[in-house]
Ligand binder design. Sequence first.
Ligand SMILES: Cc1cc2nc3c(=O)[nH]c(=O)nc-3n(C[C@H](O)[C@H](O)[C@H](O)COP(=O)(O)O)c2cc1C
Length: 174
Amino acid sequence: MNIHDLLVKRRSIRKYTDRKLSPEAVKMILEAALLCPTSKSARAWQLVVVEDPDTLTRLADCKPAGAISVGRCPFAVVVTVDSTKSEAWIEDASVAAFAMQLQAADLGIGSCWVQVRGRNTADGATSDEHVRGVLGIPDNCPVLCIVTFGYPDEERKPQDTEKLKWENIHIDRW
Ligand SMILES: Cc1cc2nc3c(=O)[nH]c(=O)nc-3n(C[C@H](O)[C@H](O)[C@H](O)COP(=O)(O)O)c2cc1C
């Protein structure tokens, strides 16, 4: 599919069937992240691939709302960057996370970005501490988000290009 059609069609998918992703699909999704541009070409991403259902259930407790897809998905990627190697770690991680989502959409695989940075658990710890604790991620690798993946078990309409926020575009000056 061409990139524009893919951008129109991609929607966040939070309900997945039990169907596993093939190793080839997993490889393509991870490759999408590793192909991404990074500030000063740091390429300091550290991605944790999670398929174990118990671990996914524990990760879903990283915040009280908005993490439901983590406990329901067959496959997730926890997106971190070594922040000692990239001061633009948030941007580096964001570009990689979205590239994985686009690649997944092209394969007919749904995905959802679950925000971790700046969020808290139900008992007041940071979501970042929770995720790092569950997975043993070192302190120098803050977690931006968890991207959940799976074959869609819900229908989402493509975006309506008639409703795009063109009023947010400024030409030549504000
Ligand atoms: C930075 C960012 C954080 C997000 N955090 C969450 C989240 O924690 N949980 C969730 O279910 N969706 C999350 N989303 C998905 C958005 O809710 C979703 O992209 C938005 O509602 C637009 O819907 P669409 O992706 O279907 O077009 C996040 C998306 C972005 C880009």
